[in-house]
Design a protein around this ligand. Sequence first.
Ligand SMILES: [Zn+2]
Length: 197
Amino acid sequence: MSVPYRLCALRVVSGYETVSDNAALVLAAMIPVDILALEMTHVYEARAGMRTNASLETIRASERRASIEKWQARWDTATNGRWTHRLIPDIESWIGRRSGEMNYHLTQFLTDHGGYRKYLHRFKHEDTPECPECSNESEDPEHVIYHCTRYRSSAEYFPRPEELMAFMTESGVHLNSHPERSEKMRKGATRRGECLK
Ligand SMILES: [Zn+2]
């Protein structure tokens, strides 16, 4: 992938430079440039009347669907960014969401690249990957958010990994229907965000 395109994706989501291309593009909702180029070629060929009489709008929609399918297949079979894939398995739902804005701390959680000892140890910035509070437990996003003794009291208010994408893409529904839960979740997330700084 071209360096400027990758940097643009990382800038959009405020991600660490070590985040994989695949995860960065999904989080930023940026179609891989090679898939996008192929889509543009197909649209151009169709517009030239070489293959179809369909309207331009229909052609573009059809080619975009094909691009998303190719991108999804690539995301499903990628060998990196698997924590991100667990949280965000469905590209179409993610890029079509109307809520769930990205920020620096959220991206660290979604990518597993940030102020976690497991990550810092991997890049030789910490002596140990272990959580300072829990013995024999690596400090990664899943541990910090769901299992760490430091935040156990508010763990129930944070969506489980497999529920997170639905929460982020449909949060208006969840939050409006559960205002008390929403407030507790917000406080819990804020407390966890503080430990990532
Ligand atoms: Zn812990």
